[in-house]
Write a protein that binds this ligand. Sequence first.
Ligand code: NAP
Length: 299
Amino acid sequence: MENENQPLIIDGKKTSATIKEELAKEVVKIKEAGGKVPHLAAVLVGDDGASQTYVGAKVKACEQIGFTSTLVKLEADISEEDLLAEVDKINENPDIDGMIVQLPLPKQISVEKVTARIRPEKDVDGFTPANVGRMALNWPTYVSATPNGILELIKRYEIETSGKHCVVIGRSHIVGSPMSILMGRNDTPGNCTVTLTHSRTKNLPEICRSADILIVAIGKPEFVTKDMVKPGAVIIDVGIHRVPDETKKSGFRLIGDVKFDEVAPISSAITPVPGGVGPMTIASLLYNTLMAAQGRVYP
Ligand code: NAP
């Protein structure tokens, strides 16, 4: 039987604004106590348009809530050695609490080497092996932005996870894989029975139909259709795609990995695209930067 109620729309835009307000209040308190406000350094290599937009949004968000930010812009042809030296400089700068190196990086540079060079204490993106390991061990850590944002939405919307079957589609290092670990940890949110699926998975629609919570990070527009969803399931759509739309001023609209119009009516709760998971990522980064400044992960 189909769920006849309207689904709960999990509003990432609103939640992210609330988190930013909370963080701004923290900054006021820090200032009143005569403390140092959190400081984020963002490293941008080259002039890729999307990367510039993402980094610009992160720096702007810092300004909005009263954090200090430093943007380190480097040429696209920088050598790996010189980039590592820049990372070292930030590592050594006692005024900087957190650092991100915007990906992707140019071909001549090893992402692994650069990521491993970031001091775990300052790795507010949560990408270093040390912090990914701590996440898997359920130790205090910086959980990376997108998974952290999803956890925060689940928490704030009081979605029950314990004992539920969570199916994750996609096993990328930035979304699917960490989400599968986080949902299976002995924690809240967590305590799910998790199935992690990928391109070699057999019977994917059948597995999806057994999900109480379906987290979709496959990168294929509107891949998940109504026939793949159990009525009453909670749907977290991580995908984001631009599709041409002449009715829009911009000439395009955004859609997710889930066919929202047909899946939403049978779900109990769902993240829309846009306005679901996407807006949460910057809020997560800011939160991690506050944790770094307060020494809450590495006291
Ligand atoms: P990705 O690195 O491309 O990974 C896609 C995953 O989907 C892979 O694990 C792949 O399996 C799996 N897959 C591909 N085809 C499949 C199929 N037919 N059946 C089952 N699994 C299949 O993607 P990503 O970086 O995780 O991103 C996923 C989506 O989320 C993208 O649309 C991206 O733009 C979006 N995203 C959004 C945010 C946000 O803030 N909202 C953040 C990050 C990403 P294999 O491993 O076997 O290849």
